[in-house]
Design a protein around this ligand. Structure first.
Ligand code: GDP
Length: 263
């Protein structure tokens, strides 16, 4: 079984299509992670979309241990055919082997810790247990590879790169923060026109058709982010907007609606 984590806020950009080739002939489970930060309705739509394509799907906050019990149930469900085949051949209690894959920062380690935490500690601390890749026995039915597989996103597509940057999946040092914040603000105006007004009390009316830099200036002014001479400190405002978006302070927001191509 391949357990693929995607970021529920950007289900297209956080996938690497090569996984479909790699995961061919395997059972497939998609975990829509960081669902706590994503729009519930959009997450439901994406789940339906992936299920339609034959994946098993669970939406998740990997930091919370409470959802983990249902993962084992769905793993068993996903591998039902194989378990049944084994049973018919007289093979009993052969566990399902699962591997976690996903792009950097999507929550793979967090998930493995939440899902296998205790089991991990148990095997790892025994003397003589080899370091490096090993199968962790979670229960009588499931074994999990302790090291996740890292998939690279499609960086060559500039929109993908941008969406990854919005969510914080790319290191900020290599980014033009102000430019990035303009584009995030324009996308938010398009998808969630009230989000900025609600957070920053900016009273922006849609008919004003503001550009990203104008929205950022409104935000900076409202927050009193000024530099000497009374000018707006747009860099500080930009950092603030990105931080607040990533921290969920602008609400639960999905940047990629189903059926809408990346542009
Ligand atoms: P990895 O590179 O795929 O192993 O990602 P990590 O497990 O290191 O997680 C990257 C960051 O995302 C960490 O700061 C985690 O705390 C955070 N994170 C992981 N899962 C979730 C989640 O479901 N919701 C939220 N809000 N944060 C998460």
């Amino acid at each position: 079984l391949v357990i693929e984590l995607v970021d529920a806020r950007i289900p297209l950009s956080s996938r690497n299509p090569d996984i479909d080739e790699l995961g061919k002939n395997k059972y497939r489970l998609i975990l829509m992670n960081k669902a706590d930060l994503a729009d519930k309705e959009r997450t439901r739509e994406w789940s339906a979309f992936f299920k339609e394509k034959g994946f098993f799907v669970v939406s998740l906050d990997a930091r919370s241990k409470s959802g983990m019990k249902s993962i084992t149930d769905i793993v068993m469900e996903a591998c039902k055919e194989k378990i049944e085949r084994d049973r018919k051949r007289g093979i009993k209690n052969r566990p399902v082997r699962a591997m976690v894959v996903g792009i950097p920062n999507v929550g793979k380690s967090t998930f493995i810790n939440s899902y296998a935490g205790k089991a991990c500690a148990k095997t790892g601390n025994k003397p003589g247990v080899t370091k490096g890749k090993q199968w962790i026995r979670l229960n009588k039915s499931v074994e999990l590879l302790d090291t996740p597989g890292v998939l690279w996103p499609k960086f060559e597509d500039p929109v993908v790169g941008e969406h990854l940057a919005f969510t914080g999946a790319v290191r900020d040092e290599i980014l033009d923060i102000e430019g990035l914040s303009y584009r995030l603000l324009e996308l938010l105006q398009d998808l969630y026109p009230e989000a900025v007004n609600t957070r920053y009390k900016t009273d922006i009316r849609p008919e004003e058709e503001l550009k990203g830099h104008e929205i950022l200036e409104r935000i900076g002014r409202k927050r009193g982010m000024l530099i000497s001479g009374g000018e707006i400190d747009t860099e500080r405002a930009a950092v603030n907007v990105l931080d607040e978006y990533r921290g969920g302070k602008l609400g639960r927001i999905t940047l990629e609606p189903v059926g809408r191509p990346l542009k």
